[in-house]
Ligand binder design. Structure first.
Ligand SMILES: [Zn+2]
Length: 99
């Protein structure tokens, strides 16, 4: 319900740029299944709702977990993650503070 498109985020113009400059066949779309979301949640120390210092996109953490190339990978999450601190929804583009 809380869809954040990367190109609407002034904080990450780089991502929007890459989306438009990469040919579609070079974008690696990764489906993040439930267990992977479970594995990622403990690495969230805070999110943009409960901490104004959050400045790392959640998909950066997914890059680390899945070993994917950040410059060409987009994620589709099976379910939204939850911030352990404030229980807010965390989507691929939510800004977080990593643990
Ligand atoms: Zn939070």
């Amino acid at each position: 319900m809380n869809q954040n498109f990367p190109f609407e985020r002034p904080a990450s113009p780089q991502i929007a740029l890459e989306l438009f400059t990469l040919p579609i066949e070079e974008i690696n779309l990764v489906l993040v299944d439930g267990p992977t979301v479970d594995a990622a949640e403990p690495f969230i120390a805070g999110c943009e709702r409960c901490d104004q210092d959050a400045e790392i996109s959640f998909d950066y953490l997914l890059d680390e977990l899945t070993g994917s190339d950040p410059s060409r990978t987009e994620y589709l999450m099976y379910r939204v993650a939850r911030c352990p601190r404030c229980q807010a929804e965390v989507t691929e583009k939510t800004l977080i503070i990593p643990e």
